[in-house]
Design a protein around this ligand. Structure first.
Ligand SMILES: Nc1ncnc2c1ncn2[C@@H]1O[C@H](COP(=O)(O)OP(=O)(O)OP(=O)(O)O)[C@@H](O)[C@H]1O
Ligand SMILES: [Zn+2]
Length: 730
């Protein structure tokens, strides 16, 4: 009992871009028991009304009480977000130095952020239905069956339809007022299996046995493509469901295809709730609700699914943990993989990070004993890993980037053996440069420090860094010369060349050709169909898809990957080569990978050739250690972005000056430096690097930098943000 008449102060996460919670007074005559963290309220904000989440109630506000406004209404009688998600969001807001209200927004689907209520998705008996005398529906057996099922309590439509009850029957019963809709409440998911998996191999069984459900632990499952990692996930999920718990499975952006979902649905009886950014609000809301109420035993999704509340969390899986799509690149810049580890700790459950090519961060955590490291060294079904071979390009004649040797290998694969070849080239378009042969003019972007890429098919020039696009000029705009040359390579050009020399179809897979989900889907169908063809593409090819009939993999320009300005360039290149190589000949043996390079003696290629991914990561980790870069130092970037060329630098320099003396001793500020592309979309970009030797000082430094940046006067035109653990520094 409160003695004084002190009003209750509500501390709320409001969806506004400010790095602090907001205090409000409780709505009048509201029973205090209703004010539980995790409920939503409608509150006045300026002249608007917004939906905010209650973080906690406090006795006293830091703001003068007379200034506090009262909340208008309470939206939920039960918290939508449980204590662990609440704690996760608060942790993430602090760790990533991001406005707390926007972080909480990541945990709620749009429908709920807009203030609408949970929908009534389940069916239950009405009072009338409960009191129905036995045998009353003997002439309608399917209705009687539905009633019998509902005697055990409410049911989700999915489990009713699985039991053979159609929606027509449900409608009929509802019209007789025997059943009604209700909100789903927490229930144990159906642990049943539709099919049992294969007998596990020894290494799989060892990995499985090492994971104890019901307590926090982190496992790094490292296994080449096709080694049976997914099978280990499936067994763990089965054990998790058996305990009455739910499993959360994260998949990279492009790996989440109907095939992936089908594989899980084929194994388990429990519904699989799927969440990704391309879904309509309604679908997303339904999946969120199935996760939150516990009716879906498996929740599967891309990056943002990591914030989905679960009624009974028991296991988290992050597939292809090294994948770049787990890091959000704008707004709330979190890493879903890292958040997953934190979440597992808060939920007291195990988390499995799986990959053929783990990130250096995870490998180092395993080396230090923070993560348990399990290996799957052999491929399932005996399919051998393809042989890797470098092809010395020095002095060789190239056609659209392709050497005669590679062309012969492609011909042999598709025309002689009737198999498929997969070619990797990380540049879309026809050519990255258009130049005038007479005066040397080069087509550049007006808004970026970048050249325009030639897209011959669409007869245009495009900037790959901003939205700029213009028609292909018939002559040089500077001197009027008519001989315009293209330099460099792109997928369009290689596709065109291959079409002239091969009789089989050439499928191009890049973001120009693969617009929409369906395009990728139909390509995968072609690949499954096993007709002889060439599949030519960018990054998009490397992720998790199965290409069973691929016998030859060609990496057209490995050098472009090797010499990147980003300190992660070599790591990415090694991951990429191993990942594309993994697409070859899973079912059949004798697959081959040809890597075209001018530097066949680079030690990195040597290790790749010998199949020593570990030798590469060991030497890359050594390099990182000596330079103090991640995972040995923690990196954060304060980035600015301004229309004026000097503003950004001046602002970051001022932040640096103000922060320097308060900085923890083991932190270092570097810069300000211009970004690798100093001007992009008409704005000048600068960055201030901060490297900290420990997590604790990193957090302190992040607070300090953000605090200074927020208080300093800045030109109106300038914007800034902090990127904690950035995945790219360009
Ligand atoms: N113990 C086993 N016995 C027989 N077949 C198995 C076994 N484990 C997995 N498989 C089969 O081998 C194939 C590859 O397994 P799985 O998809 O689990 O590998 P993965 O490592 O997850 O591959 P990727 O890296 O591409 O995701 C699948 O068809 C799977 O059904
Ligand atoms: Zn541009």
């Amino acid at each position: 009992m409160t003695q004084s008449n002190k009003p209750i102060v509500l501390r709320l996460a409001a969806p506004v871009p400010l790095r602090r919670p907001f205090d409000y007074l409780a709505p009048e005559d509201l029973s205090p028991e209703l004010l539980r963290p995790g409920i939503r309220l409608r509150v006045p904000f300026g002249s608007r009304e917004i939906t905010a989440v209650l973080m906690q109630t406090v006795d006293e506000s830091s703001v003068d009480e007379k200034q506090l406004r009262a909340a208008n209404s309470v939206l939920d009688d039960e918290p939508l977000l449980g204590p662990s998600i609440m704690a996760l969001c608060s942790w993430a807001a602090d760790y990533y130095q991001h406005p707390v209200g926007e972080v909480f927004s990541a945990a709620l689907p749009k429908t709920l952020r807009d203030g609408k209520g949970l929908s009534e998705t389940h069916w239950r008996l009405t009072v009338r239905g409960k009191g129905l005398p036995e045998g009353a529906l003997s002439r309608a057996p399917s209705q009687a069956k539905a009633l019998a099922l509902l005697q055990n309590g409410e049911q989700a439509p999915a489990s009713l339809s699985e039991a053979g009850v159609s929606s027509a029957v449900l409608r009929e019963l509802a019209s007789k007022e025997l059943i009604e809709r209700c909100r789903g409440t927490t229930k144990a998911p159906n642990p049943g299996l539709k099919e049992s998996g294969p007998t596990l191999g020894e290494e799989q069984a060892q990995a499985l046995a090492a994971v104890t459900l019901g307590e926090f632990s982190v496992h790094l499952l490292q296994g080449v493509t096709g080694s049976g990692k997914t099978e280990v996930y499936l067994r763990l999920i089965a054990a998790c469901l058996e305990r009455g718990d739910q499993a959360l499975v994260l998949i990279p952006e492009i790996g989440l295809t109907p095939q992936t979902v089908e594989r899980f649905e084929a194994r388990f009886k429990t519904p699989v709730a799927v969440l990704h950014s391309g879904m309509a609000d309604g679908q997303r809301f339904a999946a969120w609700q199935a996760a939150q109420c516990g009716s879906a035993g498996i929740v599967m999704g891309t990056r943002s699914a990591i914030f989905t509340p679960l009624a009974r969390p028991g296991l988290i899986v992050v597939d292809e943990e090294h994948d770049g799509s787990y890091k959000q690149q704008d707004g709330f810049r979190y890493s879903a993989r890292d958040v997953a580890v934190k979440r597992a700790q808060l939920e007291a459950c195990p988390v499995i990070l799986g990959s053929a090519t783990p990130s250096l961060e995870s490998l180092e955590n395993a080396r230090r004993g923070r993560y348990q490291h399990h290996f799957l060294r052999g491929r399932q079904g005996g399919g051998e890993l393809p042989m890797l071979q470098t092809l010395d390009l020095r002095g060789l004649h190239l056609n659209a980037g392709i050497s005669d040797y590679l062309l012969a290998a492609i011909r042999d694969t598709v025309e002689t053996q009737g198999r498929q070849a997969l070619l990797f080239l990380n540049r879309r378009g026809f050519a990255p440069t258009l130049q005038c042969h007479d005066c040397g003019w080069v087509a550049g972007c007006d808004h970026c420090d970048a050249r325009l890429t030639v897209h011959l098919r669409k007869r245009c020039l495009r900037c790959h860094h901003c939205a700029a696009q213009r028609a292909l000029p018939p002559q040089c705009p500077d001197c009027g010369g008519r001989s315009l040359l293209t330099h460099g390579l792109g997928t369009e050009q290689t596709e065109e060349f291959l079409n002239t020399v091969l009789r089989c179809p050439v499928h191009r897979v890049d973001s120009d050709a693969m617009r929409g989900v369906d395009a990728m889907q139909s390509l995968l169908e072609v690949a499954q169909g096993e007709e002889p063809c060439v599949i030519l593409g960018t990054q998009m090819l490397t992720k998790g898809h199965h290409f069973p009939a691929v016998q030859l993999v060609g990496v057209i320009d490995a050098d472009a990957l090797l010499y990147s300005a980003d300190f992660r360039g070599e790591e990415r290149m090694a991951q990429l080569v191993v990942q594309v190589a993994g697409r070859a000949g899973r079912e059949a043996s004798g697959g081959k990978v040809l890597i075209q390079t001018h530097y066949p003696d680079d030690p990195l290629f040597e290790s790749l050739r010998d199949g020593h991914f570990e030798a590469i990561t060991t030497s890359l980790l050594e390099k990182r250690r000596s330079s103090g870069l991640p995972p040995f130092g923690q990196l954060m970037l304060l980035r600015s972005d301004a229309r004026d060329e000097r503003d950004g630098e001046a602002f970051l320099r001022a932040v640096q000056r103000e922060a320097q003396q308060y900085l923890p001793k083991d932190c270092q500020l570097i810069g300000p430096l211009p970004s690798a592309m100093p001007r992009r979309a008409g704005r000048f970009r600068w960055q201030l690097w901060c490297i900290a030797a420990s997590r604790r000082s990193a957090l302190a430094a992040a607070h300090l930098l953000v605090d200074r940046a927020e208080t300093l006067k800045k030109p109106r035109e300038l914007s800034w943000f902090i990127d904690i653990d950035p995945s790219d520094v360009l």
